[in-house]
Write a protein that binds this ligand. Structure first.
Ligand SMILES: *Cc1c(COP(=O)(O)O)cnc(C)c1O
Length: 377
């Protein structure tokens, strides 16, 4: 078996895998399942420090992003797309699909948004129904300060849609303090359940905006309003993937029991960055590093595909390249969720040391040694 040290999907703990193999009931008809689903959603709200309602949708993380845009966007709506990364810019596509007019606010891809500059921009133009922002934009690993951005938007009455797929449970998110309106997560990132579910956390303001639409939501599967009365009516819009939800629940309980989870992510990320830079390699970002992923530039003369292939085939460790304009230019080390443990990250960095040596590229230091030294400091 290969070790998957990618920024999602992540390794899945045995108790989560076991939970998925339990005997199942009919989740449409069995009223006990409605209680189980609601308790699981309530646990999500608790872990995200919010009174807002959470829903679990059957579909990978992308479904949450699309559902947020589908449910809020009406023909001609102006939507602010906060673009300092590939997922951020990608929101423009969802806005367009549902008839909205995306307005890009593009900033430097090497750092987090400067909130002061955004505030100046909004002072000039704030006629937006909602804004989309990515908390951790995984292709570069940047973490944006949603705790400042969302309240700023709120002051202008602009709703916020936050893609927290790559940060949720690797970084502490206080949804109420952020005043974020729709926060999206995915099962396969730091939560470390298998791929297949998206979690959305929806504010009263967002639900009101959906209810006050002049035109119906142009989707069924991506319509968040169809979940609003599931508990009262004991009706789901489609049959819930019960085994996936059993696994998700166990993964959430693992997170709840893991009191050091955010501290551990931060320490591992910091030691990983130190390892990369002391080895003489270059981080993609200048600042704004997220604790769940480290992105480094592929040095001149090194072929990214060959590097990734050697890592996988010779050392059995899978790390990630990138896509879009960063394809072949950076590699991404995933230290989120179950991957965020000292042994696995040290092993990954050791394999990376050996791979660079195999490729005839001399590092200034062993990344594994620097990491181990830093983590025990
Ligand atoms: C992983 C991820 C998603 C989900 O996208 P996939 O590429 O389908 O896995 C969405 N947003 C962010 C920021 C992610 O990291």
């Amino acid at each position: 078996m290969k070790k998957i040290m990618t920024p999602g999907p992540t390794q899945v703990r045995e108790n989560v895998r076991m939970a998925r193999s339990l005997a199942t009931t009919n989740p449409d008809l069995d009223l006990e399942f409605y209680e189980y689903y609601k308790d699981t959603c309530d646990l999500l709200s608790e872990l995200l420090h919010t009174k807002n309602v959470c829903y679990i949708l059957s579909g990978e993380g992308i479904l949450g992003l699309e559902a947020a845009c589908a449910s809020l966007t009406e023909q001609g709506d102006r939507v602010l797309v906060l673009d300092n990364g590939i997922f951020g810019r990608g929101f423009a596509d969802f806005v367009k699909i549902y008839g909205g007019e995306p307005v890009l606010y593009t900033a430097d891809y090497h750092q987090a948004f400067d909130v002061k500059a955004l505030a100046d921009y909004l002072e000039q133009d704030h006629d937006f129904k909602y804004a989309a922002v990515v908390h951790c934009d995984t292709p570069t690993g940047v973490q944006n300060p949603i705790e400042e951005i969302c309240p700023l938007l709120k002051r202008y009455g602009i709703l916020s849609v936050v893609d927290a797929v790559a940060s949720m449970f690797g970084v502490d998110i206080d949804v109420d303090a952020c005043q974020a309106d729709i926060v999206c997560g995915g099962s396969q990132k730091a939560l470390s359940a298998p791929v297949g579910l998206t979690m959305v956390c929806v504010s009263d303001d967002a639900i009101r905006a959906m209810e006050q639409r002049k035109t119906p939501i142009a989707s069924f599967y991506a319509n968040l309003l169809t979940f609003r009365d599931y508990y009262k009516n004991k009706w789901f819009p489609y049959t819930m993937p019960i085994s996936d939800i059993y696994g998700l629940r166990t993964a959430l309980e693992n997170v709840k029991d893991d009191k050091d989870i955010h501290k551990r992510h931060a320490e591992i990320a910091s030691a990983t960055r130190k390892a990369v830079t002391e080895a003489g390699l270059k981080l993609y970002l200048e600042s704004g590093f997220c604790a769940t992923v480290t992105v480094l530039e592929v040095p001149e003369g090194v072929d990214s595909a060959e590097l990734l292939n050697t890592m996988t085939e010779k050392y059995g460790v899978m790390i990630a390249g990138c896509f879009d304009f960063l394809a072949g230019k950076v590699i991404r080390l995933g230290h989120m969720g179950e991957n965020a443990n000292v042994e696995d990250v040290a092993m990954m960095l050791g394999a990376l040391d050996a791979t660079f040596a195999d490729m005839g590229y001399a590092l200034n230091a062993s990344m594994k040694d620097v990491f181990v030294r830093e983590i025990h400091n």
